[in-house]
Design a protein around this ligand. Structure first.
Ligand code: ZN
Ligand code: ZN
Length: 462
């Protein structure tokens, strides 16, 4: 008898959806090009969705790239992509992992020298990958040669990025993040990764467990390239884990820096502008590191709010009364932050925040995002709420500081974040741009700038 047909690919782990965020978006100030996009898939720059501006900038750099990505995903326009990100369609099934990884890689295929897409190559021509990083492509030897002075500065780091973008799949399979350990030091004594890492005695074991997992094996069987050596993979796993932990530790540091005491009373944290990358596949345990940081606390509540919140288990009502002691409770609300206040907080259906944290608000990205943020920023200022926002780079920080100062925010401090993600982020459509890191910089602010300070700064300007 004929052999039985192979089983259909199991519904889990799910395929990762490529997500574009404001890291892909150039600074408004250095973006002089605003090409017109074909109508059928043209996301504008006037929306509050950061992936929309990410998509837009893909095409400003490599015209047609967003169409390639949509084609690989079998989607006809940006609307279908949004629906998939929001979990409204089930359209994202690949026949097998090989096809999935292949299609993911297709979205990186354009000549890094002249931006030519495969469809515009001459007959018989194919894109060739840089053999050192396995990350960028060229249409001809000539293009590669001309690009080398730029590419050589980032080739080494792009090799790591190319590994990370495959290993990141293990976030979708549940192999990552791996569990962490109880803190043996007081939060005030853990000032950065260098203090945090020595407390993780089981880190090597945890890394090795993922290294030898079935999904790691499946990954390299299907990835279409040779498996990097174990040391490369361990480091990649750690970089990806660090990106996840970076958010939690940034929240913990904010609690610490504003002098809130989770042992005295429960603490409510609002994550404002929570994006798809933070909420897709989010789990109720995602902020448990805070219980390691403040063991025996009175209860910590995390409420994630943003128009890009993806439906899932964390989308549930916030707490009305004090939450369970010693536990972190996560809930999420889809909508703009000031709407959340109007609809929920002011009706007494959610606690007021003790501190508000925003990851990569993208003030720099475009007018639509800034307009979307404005009412929320004024609300934070006028209610005198302790707030921390993170950025991808110092340039973005400086730009954001300008916007906050224009709003007369009282900035308490700003600079590099000691819990920056260790994973380099490549700008997909501009691979030779120096990679940035999530939460690499942050600004802490609260309330209105005292009037005498304001007078002083005005005088300085004169
Ligand atoms: Zn070329
Ligand atoms: Zn290279």
């Amino acid at each position: 008898p004929p052999p039985p047909p192979p089983p259909p690919p199991s519904p889990s782990p799910p395929p990762p959806l490529p997500l574009f965020n404001i890291a892909d978006t150039p600074l408004t100030s250095d973006d002089s090009r605003t090409p017109a996009l074909p109508q059928s898939f043209s996301p504008g720059t006037d929306s509050v969705f950061s992936d929309q501006s990410g998509f837009y900038s893909l095409d400003s750099n490599v015209p047609g790239l967003s169409k390639v990505i949509l084609n690989q995903l079998s989607m006809k326009d940006f609307g279908e992509y949004r629906a998939a990100v929001e979990g409204k369609t089930k359209g994202l099934w690949f026949r097998n992992y090989k096809e999935m990884f292949q299609k993911m890689e297709e979205t990186f295929k354009f000549c890094a020298g002249c931006n030519k897409l495969p469809e515009r190559l001459a007959e018989g021509q194919t894109l060739k990958r840089c053999v050192k990083c396995l990350n960028v492509y060229y249409c001809t030897k000539d293009c590669q040669k001309k690009d080398w002075p730029h590419h050589k500065k980032v080739c080494k780091i792009l090799r790591l990025v190319a590994i990370d973008r495959l290993v990141e799949w293990l976030m979708f399979t549940g192999d990552l993040p791996f569990p962490t350990e109880k803190w043996s030091k007081a939060p005030a004594d853990v000032k950065g990764w260098d203090d945090w890492l020595p407390m993780q005695e089981g880190l090597t074991q945890s890394l090795d467990r993922v290294l030898s997992s079935a999904n790691m094996a499946a990954l390299w069987k299907n990835a279409g390239r040779t498996r990097p050596d174990d040391d490369d993979l361990r480091q990649s796993l750690w970089r990806i884990q660090s990106e996840f932990l970076s958010r939690v530790l940034t929240v913990g540091r904010a609690i610490q820096q504003f002098g809130l005491d989770p042992y005295l009373k429960p603490v409510t944290v609002h994550i404002v502008g929570a994006s798809h990358s933070e909420t897709m596949g989010a789990r109720l345990t995602d902020y448990d590191e805070l219980s390691h940081m403040f063991p025996g606390h009175q209860g910590i509540e995390i409420v994630m709010v943003g128009p890009e919140v993806v439906d899932g288990c964390i989308v549930r009502p916030p707490l009305r009364a004090f939450g369970p002691k010693h536990k972190v409770y996560i809930s999420a609300y889809k909508g703009l932050y000031h709407q959340f206040w109007e609809d929920v907080v002011e009706k007494g259906e959610a606690a007021r925040p003790d501190v508000v944290v925003g990851f990569h608000p993208g003030f720099h990205a475009n007018q639509g995002l800034v307009q979307g943020w404005l009412p929320s920023l004024l609300l934070l200022r006028d209610y005198n709420i302790p707030s921390v926002f993170t950025m991808f780079s110092d340039t973005e920080l400086q730009y954001s500081l300008q916007i906050l100062l224009e709003l007369e925010m009282h900035i308490r401090d700003s600079g590099p974040n000691p819990f920056s993600s260790q994973k380099p982020e490549q700008v997909q459509a501009c691979p030779n741009k120096p990679p940035v890191h999530c939460n690499s910089h942050c600004v802490r602010f609260q309330g209105l700038l005292p009037q005498d300070d304001l007078q002083g700064s005005l005088n300085d300007e004169v």
